[in-house]
Design a protein around this ligand. Structure first.
Ligand SMILES: NC(=O)c1ccc[n+]([C@@H]2O[C@H](COP(=O)([O-])OP(=O)(O)OC[C@H]3O[C@@H](n4cnc5c(N)ncnc54)[C@H](OP(=O)(O)O)[C@@H]3O)[C@@H](O)[C@H]2O)c1
Length: 372
């Protein structure tokens, strides 16, 4: 790149963002940028909400790597003295033209998550350790870019089967492993979580308090464990609208990394307060029940896809339902449950191609409201 006049994305990054074949060239006219003058012998780093997202941004790693090199920070960081966002697009172009090098990097595992390399893997239980269909579903899911695996000790023997299959296929280190704890009592929670770690093997990237059970007690352990590196991230889950108010209160009370919540075309309550709050507080969102537990498929049974589905490159209802979620600015990762390889493949295709804009999302809501 000569002088910072063009925005480029590598194929590698494209793959990690699930955008193979969809990279738009010259989305911004290079002539729109100011001439590079390199007048500031320093690097430029653009990031907002840094203090909340240090782990995603690999902040400490970069600070060590850059040592004494001067770096200017630009972004919305109200708690950092002297760090402000660009005033507008012209101001940003002016800033870009002056700096010698740019820094943009994040923890690639987390970036995968934030970038909608979506997915979930639920083994119909009780599954046999050598169950060929479970193995094939898992491998299809991973081959097509799925990286987030959400499970729970409550899902029959799923943890045991997942730990075994992922280890066997050499994929354990290449997934973002999320599981849950559902005990009132702190000591029982510790025992339960240690069981999960043993069955799944480390690392546990995300440990979630299941359905808000014993939240205060479990979070106390979990924040301590996170400090010690025993779990990567901490979250809470629900799949019931009746628990949203309680979940919102916990989102305000604790520095959570993730929430997991029910949200789909069949069930849009989370969009009222919970998802906007997640954006405000920089909390990542996993979306469970993305098909309303299959209810959405029942509603469209026998119907052909509407014409507008082509606008967002969907050739199945599953993709359409998932893209509705992915396009919400907060709902980064739908976690559809499936036990079938062809459904895993279908769901993975929702990671590709165009997403609906606001207008089309509204049209999708009107369309489904007539059927539900
Ligand atoms: N409180 C909580 O923490 C909580 C609660 C509920 C769920 N969850 C998490 O959320 C995940 C998803 O929720 P869910 O499984 O209850 O509901 P869901 O994902 O909304 O629906 C699952 C249903 O959709 C079907 N399906 C999946 N992909 C399909 C496709 N492409 N075409 C047609 N049918 C398809 C599945 O059947 P097949 O198996 O035949 O594909 C299954 O019957 C769970 O796996 C779990 O990890 C968490």
């Amino acid at each position: 790149m000569n002088g910072g006049h063009a925005m480029a994305i590598s194929n590698l990054k494209g793959r990690s963002w699930g955008m193979i074949g969809d990279i738009v060239r010259n989305a911004v006219d290079p002539r729109d940028y100011l001439r590079y003058d390199g007048s500031e012998a320093a690097g430029l780093r653009m990031a907002s909400e840094i203090s909340k997202r240090k782990h995603i941004l690999l902040w400490e790693f970069h600070e060590q790597a850059f040592g004494e090199l001067p770096i200017r920070l630009v972004g919305r960081n109200l708690d950092m003295h002297g760090v402000t966002a660009a005033r507008d697009w012209d101001d940003l172009k002016h800033i870009l033209s002056r700096y010698r090098f740019f820094v943009h990097a994040a923890d690639p595992r987390f970036e995968d998550v934030r970038r909608r390399v979506a997915g979930s893997f639920l083994i119909t239980f009780p599954a046999h350790l050598e169950d060929p269909r479970a193995r094939e579903t898992l491998e299809t899911f991973h081959r097509l870019g799925g990286r987030v695996v959400d499970t729970s000790p409550n899902y029959g023997n799923s943890e045991q089967v997942l730990g075994h299959l992922l280890g066997d296929a050499g994929l354990r280190g290449d997934v973002f492993m999320a599981t849950k704890v559902d005990r009132e009592d702190a000591a029982e929670g510790v025992e339960r979580m240690e069981g999960s770690i043993e069955r799944l093997g480390p690392p546990i990237d995300l440990m979630q308090v299941h359905n808000l059970r014993g939240t205060d007690a479990q979070l106390e352990t979990l924040f301590a464990w996170k400090k010690e590196g025993r779990v990567g991230h901490v979250g809470i889950t629900t799949h019931r609208v009746s628990q949203h108010a309680e979940m919102i209160a916990f989102m305000k009370k604790y520095p959570l990394d993730f929430v997991q919540v029910n949200y789909s075309l069949a069930d849009r309550a989370a969009a009222e307060t919970l998802l906007p709050l997640a954006i405000d507080r920089g909390i990542a969102v996993l979306v469970n029940r993305p098909f309303g537990k299959g209810q959405l498929f029942d509603a469209v049974k026998g119907m052909v896809l509407p014409d507008w589905s082509r606008e967002i490159n969907c050739d199945s209802w599953g993709q359409l339902f998932l893209k509705y979620i992915i396009a919400h600015p907060a709902a980064t990762i739908p976690i559809p449950g499936t036990s079938k390889p062809h459904h895993a493949a279908d769901n993975a295709r929702a990671m590709r191609g165009r997403l609906p804009d606001k207008e089309l999302r509204r049209e999708m809501e009107r369309f489904m409201d007539r059927l539900l």
